[in-house]
Write a protein that binds this ligand. Structure first.
Ligand code: 6GU
Length: 222
């Protein structure tokens, strides 16, 4: 999978070289391109935002700069993801869908967002365009949101996870991502024992207990 991100803060993407994502890159499973929006600025001040038509607080990112940044990236293989708190909520099924994509292009808006004509333009040219939010709260920009999406999506690409069994167990779960509590050595820590069933060696009963625990957790999170 090829992943491009356009941002005024390329440094936000430094963590991509760590951990699973770094390894996936080394193995050629994913390839990242991070692009500085400001390098596409058209005026002497390297300006990327301006005041909103119609008035109101804040600044809006200018379409011309975004067009110059996105045009060379977009092709028939591309899905353009515009990060905005007003977008469709990112969840595990959406991560599954994007994990089979060939090319994801993340447009990281700042300020009050990107001039809506950018979305309209790429839609009108028959590109696949998605406005996505990662949750019901407002971030300063789309950079962290795109990192969240990148991590959730790339770990679903075959070969990225060291142990594919982890994915199999996740999808075996009804909800796909709710889990039972986990324990490791020692058997007692600060007077708290590991649930006895897990030491029993009875795998049928353990599976049943874990399913019940996962449901209990799901209830508590409603
Ligand atoms: Cl994608 N962007 C911003 N700025 N805030 C958010 C978000 C995205 N998702 C949740 N809050």
């Amino acid at each position: 999978m090829k992943i491009d991100a356009v941002t005024i803060f390329p440094e936000y993407f430094a963590p991509l070289k760590l951990s699973l994502l770094g390894k996936a890159q080394g193995a050629g499973l994913v390839e990242f391109g991070i692009h500085d929006l400001r390098s596409f600025a058209t005026n002497v001040h390297n300006q990327v935002d301006d005041t909103p038509y119609g008035g109101g607080a804040g600044m809006v990112m200018m379409p011309e700069v975004w067009g110059k940044a996105l045009d060379p990236l977009m092709n028939s293989e591309s899905d353009l993801i515009i990060l905005t708190p007003a977008g469709k909520r990112f969840d595990q099924p959406m991560a599954q869908k994007f994990s089979t994509a060939a090319h994801l292009v993340y447009a990281c808006g700042r300020y009050e967002g990107i001039d809506d004509r950018v979305r309209q333009h790429y839609l009108s040219k028959n590109f696949r365009v998605h406005e996505v939010s990662i949750g019901d709260y407002v971030l300063g920009g789309g950079e962290v949101a795109s990192l969240v999406m990148i991590e959730a999506i790339t770990r679903l690409i075959p070969g990225v996870l060291g142990n594919p069994q982890s994915l199999a167990e996740e999808s075996h779960n009804e909800q796909g991502y709710l889990e039972y509590p986990n324990f490791t050595k020692p058997a007692t820590w600060r007077d708290i024992p590991v649930p006895e069933i897990l030491l029993s060696g009875n795998h049928g009963e353990i599976t049943k207990w874990r399913a019940a625990q996962a449901i209990e957790r799901a209830k508590n999170n409603l």
